[in-house]
Design a protein around this ligand. Structure first.
Ligand SMILES: [Fe+2]
Length: 357
């Protein structure tokens, strides 16, 4: 490889016999290597590696205090795999078991003793070229991974932007309390967390819960904007928002949209089966049972035209009373724990979803 500048290459040579060490050093200097660190003490292998950060290491096998196998073991333990620092073994004992063991311990090549100058120079250069290619490949891979990370982030940001805009559309259409969608998203996330769901499920619930009422964009003004008590026909019309929401979000294979659709369709189901579509208990998707609690609690505790605003204590009592009727009893108990833990913070305003850095 013509662009290998041997004068810049750092070598570490370990051999207890000073004459052998001097000979190797002389051969390598003759070949243009200038940065050569040598030691006759194998115990210095790791400290010298850490100080010099050599591009290649050559070590003898038979040495006092520590044999070459131990040197290999200690060095390979501290050299990061992605650094690819080749270690060559210099030995006169090149029987098959020694070779096999040295290779297994991490040696990349062998140098016979007594050393042959031409062979030493060629074998070392081969290993340095391999190291250079390895590092180029590693850098190329890192560059590709950085590009993939960047593109993934752009996709995630686009996804969040679209989800936020959809939730905002529903909020423009009908939000008696202001910021309802985002509060429901945050509370659903906290409830999913306290329920012990895996982090990816918690994240999906956080992102999809704000879309629960997206179907309201398809309701008539006479229903949405009605000022006064609803009659049966109004409630029947209002119920359609779950089906409209489901249609809006249907036919996607994206897990986020699949969950959003499930929530939009079933967030008004009741544990006892007396909800919009008559689904009951665990037949109601868990995400929808979570959102049902967050949705109802948020409406209870925020002012709106058709009902009085409850205090936290009143809302807790209501949830307790509805556990096993309107709400999943286990989730109700957890939600009451959440109210006790978070207090007034649960009622605080929150905004659209942000991408976590
Ligand atoms: Fe709804």
């Amino acid at each position: 490889m013509s662009d290998l500048d041997v004068s810049a290459v750092k070598l570490l040579l370990i051999d207890d016999e000073l004459p052998s060490l001097k000979l190797m050093e002389a051969i390598l200097k003759q070949a243009g290597y200038e940065k050569i660190t040598t030691t006759t003490d194998p115990r210095q292998a790791v400290p010298f590696y850490q100080e010099v950060k050599p591009d290649l290491i050559a070590t003898d096998m038979r040495m006092p205090h520590m044999d070459g196998f131990e040197v290999l073991r200690q060095l390979t333990a501290v050299i990061p795999a992605e650094d690819y620092v080749p270690i060559l073994v210099i030995t006169g004992e090149l029987d098959a078991p020694t070779k096999h063991r040295a290779l297994a311990e991490g040696a990349k090549d062998f140098l016979n003793k007594p050393v042959d100058a031409t062979e030493v120079v060629l074998r070392i250069k081969n290993q340095l070229v391999t190291r250079q290619l390895h590092r180029q490949l590693h850098m190329h891979n890192e560059h590709l991974e950085a590009q993939v990370r960047l593109r993934t982030k752009i996709v995630e940001q686009t996804q969040l932007d679209l989800l936020n805009r959809l939730a905002l559309a529903a909020e423009y259409r009908h939000d008696a309390t202001g910021g309802h969608a985002w509060r429901v998203g945050r509370m659903a996330m906290l409830l999913a967390e306290i329920k012990g769901l895996p982090a990816d499920q918690v994240d999906m619930i956080k992102k999809t819960a704000p879309l629960h009422d997206i179907g309201k964009v398809g309701l008539r003004d006479s229903v949405i904007l009605k000022d006064g008590p609803y009659v049966t026909a109004d409630w029947e019309a209002m119920k359609q928002h779950t089906k409209i929401g489901s249609r809006l979000l249907s036919d996607s294979r994206a897990p986020l949209l699949m969950m959003a659709r499930e929530i939009a369709l079933t967030h008004h189901e009741r544990w006892d089966g007396t909800g919009y579509h008559g689904i009951k208990d665990v037949q109601i998707p868990l995400a929808a049972r979570i959102v049902a609690l967050a949705d109802a609690f948020d409406i209870m505790t925020h002012p709106c035209s058709y009902k009085p605003t409850m205090t936290l204590s009143e809302a807790k009592i209501e949830i307790h009373m509805q556990a096993g009727k309107q709400f999943d009893p286990d989730l109700s108990a957890l939600f009451i724990q959440l109210i006790d833990r978070e207090g007034e913070k649960l009622l605080a305003a929150t905004g659209p979803l942000q991408l976590v850095a």
